[in-house]
Design a protein around this ligand. Structure first.
Ligand code: BTN
Length: 343
Protein backbone atom coordinates (compact mmCIF):
# COMPACT_ATOMS: atom_id res chain seq x y z
CA UNK A 1 0.00 0.00 0.00
CA UNK A 2 2.96 2.33 0.69
CA UNK A 3 3.93 2.18 -2.99
CA UNK A 4 0.37 2.76 -4.17
CA UNK A 5 -0.04 5.82 -1.96
CA UNK A 6 3.29 7.20 -3.12
CA UNK A 7 2.32 6.54 -6.71
CA UNK A 8 -0.93 8.47 -6.33
CA UNK A 9 0.62 11.37 -4.41
CA UNK A 10 3.62 11.79 -6.71
CA UNK A 11 1.42 11.85 -9.79
CA UNK A 12 -1.16 14.19 -8.29
CA UNK A 13 1.10 17.25 -7.80
CA UNK A 14 -1.55 18.66 -5.49
CA UNK A 15 -4.00 17.53 -2.82
CA UNK A 16 -5.64 14.12 -2.93
CA UNK A 17 -8.61 13.64 -0.61
CA UNK A 18 -8.49 10.92 2.01
CA UNK A 19 -11.75 9.59 0.59
CA UNK A 20 -10.28 9.29 -2.90
CA UNK A 21 -7.29 7.38 -1.48
CA UNK A 22 -9.61 5.06 0.47
CA UNK A 23 -11.73 4.41 -2.63
CA UNK A 24 -8.78 3.86 -4.94
CA UNK A 25 -7.06 1.49 -2.54
CA UNK A 26 -10.13 -0.08 -0.92
CA UNK A 27 -8.91 0.55 2.62
CA UNK A 28 -10.02 2.51 5.70
CA UNK A 29 -9.03 6.13 6.50
CA UNK A 30 -7.05 4.81 9.49
CA UNK A 31 -5.03 2.50 7.26
CA UNK A 32 -4.20 5.44 4.98
CA UNK A 33 -3.29 7.63 7.95
CA UNK A 34 -0.95 4.96 9.33
CA UNK A 35 0.93 4.67 6.05
CA UNK A 36 1.15 8.45 5.76
CA UNK A 37 2.72 8.59 9.25
CA UNK A 38 5.25 5.95 8.21
CA UNK A 39 6.07 7.88 5.04
CA UNK A 40 6.62 11.02 7.12
CA UNK A 41 9.04 9.07 9.31
CA UNK A 42 10.87 8.07 6.10
CA UNK A 43 11.38 11.73 5.23
CA UNK A 44 8.44 12.38 2.90
CA UNK A 45 7.00 15.79 3.69
CA UNK A 46 3.24 15.22 3.36
CA UNK A 47 0.86 17.98 4.32
CA UNK A 48 -2.55 16.94 5.64
CA UNK A 49 -5.31 19.57 5.49
CA UNK A 50 -8.87 18.87 6.54
CA UNK A 51 -11.37 19.09 3.67
CA UNK A 52 -8.50 18.95 1.17
CA UNK A 53 -6.62 15.75 1.95
CA UNK A 54 -2.95 14.90 1.56
CA UNK A 55 -0.31 16.66 -0.52
CA UNK A 56 3.27 15.58 -1.09
CA UNK A 57 5.40 18.68 -0.56
CA UNK A 58 8.93 17.31 -0.54
CA UNK A 59 10.65 14.03 -1.14
CA UNK A 60 13.66 12.70 0.80
CA UNK A 61 17.00 11.98 -0.82
CA UNK A 62 16.41 8.29 -1.36
CA UNK A 63 16.96 6.14 -4.40
CA UNK A 64 13.28 5.34 -4.95
CA UNK A 65 11.37 5.61 -8.24
CA UNK A 66 8.64 7.85 -6.81
CA UNK A 67 11.20 10.43 -5.85
CA UNK A 68 12.50 10.68 -9.39
CA UNK A 69 8.97 10.61 -10.75
CA UNK A 70 8.04 13.50 -8.48
CA UNK A 71 11.07 15.61 -9.36
CA UNK A 72 11.43 14.67 -13.05
CA UNK A 73 11.49 17.54 -15.57
CA UNK A 74 12.22 15.56 -18.72
CA UNK A 75 10.00 14.37 -21.56
CA UNK A 76 11.62 11.01 -22.30
CA UNK A 77 14.91 10.70 -20.47
CA UNK A 78 14.52 8.88 -17.17
CA UNK A 79 10.82 8.16 -17.77
CA UNK A 80 11.69 4.53 -17.05
CA UNK A 81 13.64 4.31 -13.83
CA UNK A 82 15.19 1.32 -12.16
CA UNK A 83 16.29 1.97 -8.58
CA UNK A 84 18.54 -0.62 -7.01
CA UNK A 85 19.65 -0.81 -3.39
CA UNK A 86 22.86 -2.49 -4.48
CA UNK A 87 24.30 -3.75 -7.75
CA UNK A 88 27.71 -4.79 -9.06
CA UNK A 89 27.76 -1.99 -11.62
CA UNK A 90 24.91 0.07 -13.06
CA UNK A 91 26.68 0.01 -16.44
CA UNK A 92 26.79 -3.78 -16.41
CA UNK A 93 23.11 -3.91 -15.41
CA UNK A 94 22.21 -1.38 -18.11
CA UNK A 95 23.87 -3.52 -20.77
CA UNK A 96 21.34 -6.26 -20.05
CA UNK A 97 18.60 -3.81 -21.02
CA UNK A 98 20.42 -2.43 -24.03
CA UNK A 99 18.83 -4.80 -26.50
CA UNK A 100 15.27 -4.31 -25.20
CA UNK A 101 13.14 -2.40 -27.66
CA UNK A 102 11.86 0.24 -25.26
CA UNK A 103 14.95 0.84 -23.16
CA UNK A 104 15.99 4.14 -24.79
CA UNK A 105 16.20 6.73 -22.03
CA UNK A 106 16.04 4.27 -19.13
CA UNK A 107 17.85 5.35 -15.97
CA UNK A 108 19.42 2.77 -13.69
CA UNK A 109 20.50 4.19 -10.37
CA UNK A 110 21.81 2.61 -7.21
CA UNK A 111 22.72 3.46 -3.65
CA UNK A 112 25.73 1.17 -3.71
CA UNK A 113 27.96 -0.52 -6.28
CA UNK A 114 30.05 -3.53 -5.35
CA UNK A 115 32.13 -3.62 -8.56
CA UNK A 116 31.87 -0.15 -10.09
CA UNK A 117 33.99 0.28 -13.19
CA UNK A 118 35.94 3.29 -14.38
CA UNK A 119 37.70 4.08 -17.63
CA UNK A 120 40.81 2.22 -18.67
CA UNK A 121 39.99 -0.81 -16.48
CA UNK A 122 40.02 1.15 -13.21
CA UNK A 123 37.66 0.58 -10.28
CA UNK A 124 35.11 3.15 -9.20
CA UNK A 125 33.96 3.13 -5.63
CA UNK A 126 30.93 4.80 -4.09
CA UNK A 127 30.01 5.31 -0.48
CA UNK A 128 26.64 3.78 0.31
CA UNK A 129 23.86 6.36 0.31
CA UNK A 130 26.26 9.25 -0.22
CA UNK A 131 27.25 9.34 -3.89
CA UNK A 132 25.71 9.12 -7.32
CA UNK A 133 26.15 6.00 -9.42
CA UNK A 134 23.82 5.75 -12.37
CA UNK A 135 23.66 4.68 -16.00
CA UNK A 136 21.51 5.77 -18.89
CA UNK A 137 20.59 3.56 -21.83
CA UNK A 138 20.54 5.34 -25.17
CA UNK A 139 19.73 3.87 -28.55
CA UNK A 140 20.92 6.53 -30.96
CA UNK A 141 21.31 6.20 -34.70
CA UNK A 142 24.99 6.95 -34.79
CA UNK A 143 28.14 5.69 -36.44
CA UNK A 144 30.58 4.10 -33.94
CA UNK A 145 32.98 7.03 -34.46
CA UNK A 146 30.28 9.47 -33.33
CA UNK A 147 29.65 7.76 -29.98
CA UNK A 148 32.45 9.52 -28.04
CA UNK A 149 30.58 12.79 -28.58
CA UNK A 150 27.91 11.44 -26.21
CA UNK A 151 30.53 11.48 -23.46
CA UNK A 152 31.17 15.14 -24.17
CA UNK A 153 27.44 15.91 -24.10
CA UNK A 154 27.09 14.04 -20.81
CA UNK A 155 29.98 15.97 -19.29
CA UNK A 156 28.30 19.21 -20.32
CA UNK A 157 25.00 18.01 -18.85
CA UNK A 158 26.75 17.17 -15.57
CA UNK A 159 28.37 20.60 -15.43
CA UNK A 160 25.09 22.38 -16.15
CA UNK A 161 23.16 20.21 -13.68
CA UNK A 162 25.73 20.67 -10.93
CA UNK A 163 25.87 24.42 -11.52
CA UNK A 164 22.09 24.74 -11.24
CA UNK A 165 22.18 22.71 -8.04
CA UNK A 166 25.06 24.64 -6.51
CA UNK A 167 23.25 27.84 -7.39
CA UNK A 168 20.29 26.66 -5.31
CA UNK A 169 22.66 25.98 -2.41
CA UNK A 170 24.09 29.49 -2.81
CA UNK A 171 27.52 28.21 -3.85
CA UNK A 172 27.62 28.98 -7.55
CA UNK A 173 26.60 32.07 -9.50
CA UNK A 174 24.12 31.55 -12.31
CA UNK A 175 24.98 30.63 -15.91
CA UNK A 176 28.47 29.37 -15.46
CA UNK A 177 29.93 32.74 -14.48
CA UNK A 178 33.06 32.06 -12.40
CA UNK A 179 32.23 28.39 -12.54
CA UNK A 180 34.01 26.12 -10.09
CA UNK A 181 33.64 23.29 -12.57
CA UNK A 182 35.78 22.26 -15.48
CA UNK A 183 35.76 19.35 -17.89
CA UNK A 184 38.97 17.40 -18.21
CA UNK A 185 38.49 16.05 -21.71
CA UNK A 186 36.89 13.76 -22.41
CA UNK A 187 35.12 12.45 -19.33
CA UNK A 188 36.23 13.91 -16.00
CA UNK A 189 34.58 16.76 -14.18
CA UNK A 190 36.89 18.63 -11.87
CA UNK A 191 36.09 21.03 -9.06
CA UNK A 192 38.06 24.02 -7.88
CA UNK A 193 36.70 25.65 -4.77
CA UNK A 194 38.59 28.90 -5.30
CA UNK A 195 41.54 30.26 -7.24
CA UNK A 196 44.02 29.08 -4.59
CA UNK A 197 42.63 25.55 -4.33
CA UNK A 198 43.81 22.67 -6.50
CA UNK A 199 41.48 21.16 -9.08
CA UNK A 200 40.18 17.75 -8.09
CA UNK A 201 38.03 15.18 -9.82
CA UNK A 202 34.44 15.06 -8.63
CA UNK A 203 32.78 13.04 -11.38
CA UNK A 204 33.71 10.49 -14.02
CA UNK A 205 31.77 9.23 -17.02
CA UNK A 206 32.09 5.77 -18.52
CA UNK A 207 30.55 5.42 -21.98
CA UNK A 208 30.18 1.92 -23.36
CA UNK A 209 28.69 1.05 -26.73
CA UNK A 210 27.49 -2.14 -28.34
CA UNK A 211 27.41 -2.73 -32.07
CA UNK A 212 25.55 -5.28 -34.14
CA UNK A 213 25.23 -5.83 -37.88
CA UNK A 214 23.25 -2.61 -38.26
CA UNK A 215 25.74 -0.45 -36.35
CA UNK A 216 25.32 0.91 -32.84
CA UNK A 217 22.62 -1.03 -31.00
CA UNK A 218 22.93 0.82 -27.69
CA UNK A 219 25.15 3.16 -25.71
CA UNK A 220 25.43 3.20 -21.93
CA UNK A 221 26.37 6.43 -20.22
CA UNK A 222 27.59 5.71 -16.69
CA UNK A 223 27.96 8.63 -14.31
CA UNK A 224 29.78 8.36 -11.01
CA UNK A 225 29.90 11.39 -8.73
CA UNK A 226 31.35 12.00 -5.29
CA UNK A 227 28.61 13.98 -3.63
CA UNK A 228 28.16 13.67 0.13
CA UNK A 229 31.06 11.46 1.10
CA UNK A 230 33.21 12.88 3.84
CA UNK A 231 36.44 11.00 3.15
CA UNK A 232 38.42 9.55 0.29
CA UNK A 233 41.16 6.92 0.44
CA UNK A 234 44.67 8.33 1.00
CA UNK A 235 45.87 7.26 -2.43
CA UNK A 236 43.35 9.44 -4.28
CA UNK A 237 42.56 12.25 -1.89
CA UNK A 238 44.96 14.68 -3.57
CA UNK A 239 43.26 14.11 -6.92
CA UNK A 240 39.61 13.59 -6.03
CA UNK A 241 37.03 15.25 -3.86
CA UNK A 242 33.30 15.53 -3.07
CA UNK A 243 30.93 18.45 -2.63
CA UNK A 244 30.72 17.64 1.07
CA UNK A 245 34.52 17.77 1.44
CA UNK A 246 34.81 21.01 -0.53
CA UNK A 247 31.78 22.94 0.61
CA UNK A 248 30.51 21.13 3.72
CA UNK A 249 27.03 20.74 2.24
CA UNK A 250 24.75 17.74 1.91
CA UNK A 251 23.28 17.71 -1.58
CA UNK A 252 19.94 16.09 -2.45
CA UNK A 253 21.31 13.51 -4.89
CA UNK A 254 18.00 12.71 -6.53
CA UNK A 255 17.37 16.37 -7.36
CA UNK A 256 20.89 16.67 -8.74
CA UNK A 257 20.38 13.62 -10.96
CA UNK A 258 17.07 15.05 -12.18
CA UNK A 259 18.80 18.29 -13.06
CA UNK A 260 21.54 16.45 -14.98
CA UNK A 261 18.90 14.45 -16.86
CA UNK A 262 17.06 17.64 -17.77
CA UNK A 263 20.17 19.09 -19.37
CA UNK A 264 21.21 15.83 -20.98
CA UNK A 265 17.83 15.52 -22.67
CA UNK A 266 18.11 19.04 -24.06
CA UNK A 267 21.69 18.53 -25.21
CA UNK A 268 20.92 15.14 -26.75
CA UNK A 269 17.88 16.43 -28.65
CA UNK A 270 20.01 19.27 -30.05
CA UNK A 271 22.96 17.03 -30.86
CA UNK A 272 21.03 14.25 -32.54
CA UNK A 273 19.74 16.55 -35.29
CA UNK A 274 23.27 17.34 -36.50
CA UNK A 275 25.38 14.57 -34.91
CA UNK A 276 28.25 16.98 -34.45
CA UNK A 277 29.47 19.37 -31.76
CA UNK A 278 29.15 22.59 -33.78
CA UNK A 279 26.40 24.14 -31.68
CA UNK A 280 27.86 22.95 -28.36
CA UNK A 281 31.58 23.39 -29.07
CA UNK A 282 31.83 26.91 -27.67
CA UNK A 283 30.10 26.03 -24.42
CA UNK A 284 32.15 22.84 -24.04
CA UNK A 285 35.37 24.77 -24.58
CA UNK A 286 34.36 27.36 -22.02
CA UNK A 287 34.62 24.58 -19.41
CA UNK A 288 37.61 22.81 -20.90
CA UNK A 289 40.45 22.38 -18.40
CA UNK A 290 43.85 23.26 -19.88
CA UNK A 291 42.35 25.22 -22.76
CA UNK A 292 45.23 27.19 -24.37
CA UNK A 293 47.64 25.53 -21.93
CA UNK A 294 50.36 22.97 -22.32
CA UNK A 295 49.25 19.35 -21.99
CA UNK A 296 50.61 15.91 -22.62
CA UNK A 297 48.70 12.96 -23.98
CA UNK A 298 48.96 9.79 -21.91
CA UNK A 299 48.20 6.27 -23.10
CA UNK A 300 47.23 4.93 -26.50
CA UNK A 301 49.95 4.84 -29.15
CA UNK A 302 50.59 8.56 -29.17
CA UNK A 303 53.28 10.44 -27.35
CA UNK A 304 52.45 14.07 -27.64
CA UNK A 305 52.93 17.35 -25.87
CA UNK A 306 51.62 20.74 -26.91
CA UNK A 307 49.06 23.46 -26.38
CA UNK A 308 45.42 22.42 -26.08
CA UNK A 309 43.45 24.31 -28.74
CA UNK A 310 39.95 23.06 -27.94
CA UNK A 311 37.85 20.47 -29.72
CA UNK A 312 36.90 19.75 -33.31
CA UNK A 313 33.32 19.53 -34.54
CA UNK A 314 33.52 15.77 -33.96
CA UNK A 315 34.68 16.16 -30.36
CA UNK A 316 38.35 15.31 -30.83
CA UNK A 317 40.92 17.29 -28.86
CA UNK A 318 43.23 19.60 -30.81
CA UNK A 319 46.87 19.82 -29.73
CA UNK A 320 49.33 22.23 -31.30
CA UNK A 321 53.05 21.45 -31.04
CA UNK A 322 55.90 23.97 -30.83
CA UNK A 323 56.14 24.15 -34.63
CA UNK A 324 52.47 25.03 -34.92
CA UNK A 325 51.44 21.61 -36.27
CA UNK A 326 48.02 20.51 -35.07
CA UNK A 327 47.09 16.94 -34.15
CA UNK A 328 43.61 15.78 -33.26
CA UNK A 329 43.20 13.16 -30.59
CA UNK A 330 40.12 10.97 -30.29
CA UNK A 331 39.20 9.92 -26.79
CA UNK A 332 39.62 6.12 -27.03
CA UNK A 333 42.11 5.03 -24.44
CA UNK A 334 44.00 8.27 -23.93
CA UNK A 335 44.05 10.76 -21.07
CA UNK A 336 45.24 14.32 -20.97
CA UNK A 337 47.40 15.83 -18.27
CA UNK A 338 48.35 19.42 -17.74
CA UNK A 339 51.99 20.00 -16.94
CA UNK A 340 51.31 20.47 -13.23
CA UNK A 341 49.12 18.40 -10.92
CA UNK A 342 46.31 16.02 -11.77
CA UNK A 343 44.44 18.15 -14.32
C1 BTN B 1 36.02 7.18 -14.81
O1 BTN B 1 36.24 8.30 -14.39
O2 BTN B 1 36.93 6.37 -15.01
C2 BTN B 1 34.59 6.78 -15.08
C3 BTN B 1 33.87 6.39 -13.83
C4 BTN B 1 32.43 5.99 -14.08
C5 BTN B 1 31.78 5.39 -12.86
C6 BTN B 1 30.32 5.16 -13.06
S1 BTN B 1 29.48 4.82 -11.57
C7 BTN B 1 28.05 4.37 -12.45
C8 BTN B 1 28.50 3.58 -13.65
N1 BTN B 1 28.67 2.19 -13.32
C9 BTN B 1 29.93 1.81 -13.37
O3 BTN B 1 30.35 0.67 -13.12
N2 BTN B 1 30.70 2.82 -13.75
C10 BTN B 1 29.93 4.02 -13.99
Amino acid sequence: MRDSILHILTNAHGYVSGQSLCEQLGVSPTAIWNVIQKLKEDGYNIKAVSNKGYCLKQVPDKIEPYIFQYERKTKWLGKNIICLKEVSSTNTYAKELGDCKDSHGTLIITDYQTAGRGRRGRNWSVEQGKDIACSIVLKPQLEPAQVPMLTLLSALAVVRGVEDTLYEYGIQTKEGKNSKLQIKWPNDIVYQKNANASKKKICGILTEANTDMDGISYVIIGIGMNVNKTMLPDEIKDMATSFMIEEGITIHRAKLVVSILYHLEQLYDTFITTKNMNVLKKEYESYLANYEQEVKVIGGNVSLQGICKGITETGDLVIEDVSGNRTTICSGEVSIRGMYGYT
